[in-house]
Design a protein around this ligand. Structure first.
Ligand code: ACO
Length: 322
C-alpha cells in the first residue's frame, strides 16, 4: 500500500526562551546545556494550547496540499500533554478548522507518538477505510514540566507539526514501518495527571510533573533505536548507505550523534533542529520534516528514515521513498 505526503505544516509559540533566560530561573548555564544537549533555545507557550498549535499546523498542511478541511477523512493527534482530558485534541482541531467530515481521535505514545499515528493512518488506508488523513504531533510540555528541576526543564519545548497524507495507488511514495513498546521500563520517564488514590480516603498527592532518569533514557535510545532502524532496513532490503536522510526524534544532539555512530552513518545525514526548538516530544519529527521539506533538500526518489522513541517506553521507525 502506498501513501503520499501531500502537505506539511508546523506551528511554534511566538515566545522564545534562551538558555541564558533559563539561567534566571534555575542554576544552570548556556555552556552546560549546549555541551550536554546541543539545545540553545526553545519556544514556550504564553497562552497557546496543544489544540491551537495543532490547528495552525493543520491549516498550513492543508494549504500546502491545496486541500480544504471538508476533504479530510481522519484527524489523528499524537500528544502526551493535552490541557484537557476531554474532549480530545483531535476533536478540538476538527472544530477549529471546520473538518466536518472527519473522524478524530488522539493517540499517546509520547515521543514516538507521531510515528505511531502515521502508522495508524497508513493501516487505515491499506485497509481501504479512509483515503486521507491529517497526522499531527502537538505538545505544550511547558505546562507539565517542573520549572524548578534543572535536570528536565532545560530539555523541552512547545510546538506542533502536521502532515496531510493521501492513499496513493501509484508508486510515488512508499512507507514501511516497525514499532515496539517495552512497558517494563516505563517508570524511567513518567508524568502523573491525577492522584493515584482519591483524596477522600488518602491525603497522598502525587507529582504532576515530568520526572526522568536521564541516563537510562540515554542508554535506551542509544541501544534500541539503532537496533530498530537496522530491523527496518533488513525488512525492506536496504542498507544504511541507501538512506539519504535520517529524521530522528529530536531528544538531544548527543543522543542523535550516538545513534549515528552506532549505525555507522555519516552525521551529515541527520538533520537537526533541536538546537532551536528543544525536545518537543511527538511534535519533533513532523516539525523537522516540515522544515526539511520546505528547505528544498528532499528530491524525488530519495529515501528517508523517520524514527521516534520515548516514554512508555515506545520506539519505532519508518522508511519513506519520496
Ligand atoms: N545545569 C547545570 N548542572 C546540571 C543541570 C543543569 N541544567 N542538570 C543537572 N546538572 C548537574 C547535576 O546536578 C549533576 O551534578 P553533580 O555531579 O554535582 O551531582 C551533574 O550536572 C551531572 O548530572 P547528570 O544528570 O548525571 O548529567 P548527564 O551527563 O547524565 O546529563 C542529561 C543529563 C543531559 C539529561 C542526559 O542524561 C541526557 O541527555 N539524557 C537523555 C534524556 C533525554 O533526552 N530526555 C528527554 C526526554 S525522553 C526522550 O525524548 C526520548
Amino acid at each position: 500500500m502506498n501513501m503520499q505526503i501531500k502537505g506539511t505544516g508546523s506551528s511554534l509559540p511566538a515566545n522564545v526562551l534562551t538558555n541564558d533566560d533559563l539561567a534566571k530561573y534555575v542554576e544552570t548555564s548556556d555552556e552546560w546545556i549546549k555541551e550536554r544537549t546541543g539545545i540553545e533555545k526553545r519556544h514556550i507557550s504564553t497562552g497557546e494550547t496543544v489544540a491551537s498549535l495543532a490547528s495552525e499546523a493543520c491549516i498550513k498542511a492543508l494549504a500546502d496540499a491545496g486541500k480544504s478541511a471538508e476533504d479530510v477523512d481522519l484527524i489523528l493527534v499524537a500528544t502526551c500533554s493535552p490541557e484537557m482530558a476531554l474532549p480530545c485534541v483531535a476533536c478540538q482541531v476538527q472544530d477549529a478548522i471546520g473538518a466536518v467530515n472527519a473522524v478524530a481521535f488522539d493517540l499517546n505514545a509520547a515521543c514516538a507518538g507521531f510515528l505511531f499515528a502515521l502508522h495508524t493512518a497508513h493501516s487505515y488506508m491499506a485497509a481501504g477505510i479512509y483515503k486521507n488523513a491529517l497526522v499531527v504531533g502537538a505538545e505544550v510540555l511547558s505546562k507539565i514540566i517542573d520549572w524548578e528541576d534543572r535536570g528536565t526543564c532545560i530539555l523541552f519545548g512547545d510546538g506542533a507539526g502536521a502532515v496531510y497524507v493521501e492513499a496513493d495507488a501509484a508508486k510515488a511514495y512508499n512507507f514501511s514501518f516497525v514499532q515496539h513498546a517495552d512497558g517494563r521500563k516505563g517508570m524511567v520517564l513518567k508524568c502523573g495527571t491525577r492522584n493515584l488514590k482519591n483524596l477522600l480516603y488518602s491525603g497522598e498527592e502525587q507529582s504532576m510533573f515530568v520526572t526522568m532518569d536521564g541516563r537510562e533514557i540515554f542508554q535506551f535510545a542509544a541501544r534500541q533505536v539503532p537496533g530498530c532502524i537496522n530491523e527496518l532496513l533488513e525488512k525492506t532490503n536496504l542498507s544504511v548507505d541507501d538512506i539519504d536522510y535520517f529524521l530522528l526524534h529530536q531528544a538531544n544532539l548527543r543522543i542523535i550523534e550516538a545513534i549515528a555512530k552506532r549505525l555507522k552513518a555519516d552525521i551529515s545525514k541527520f538533520p537537526a533542529n533541536v538546537q532551536n526548538v528543544g525536545n518537543m516530544s511527538s511534535a519533533s519529527i513532523p516539525v523537522l520534516l516540515d522544515e526539511c521539506r520546505k528547505s528544498g533538500m528532499f528530491k524525488p526518489g530519495m529515501k528517508l528514515v523517520l524514527s521516534g522513541f520515548g516514554a512508555g517506553l515506545t520506539y519505532g521507525a519508518c522508511v519513506i521513498t519520496l
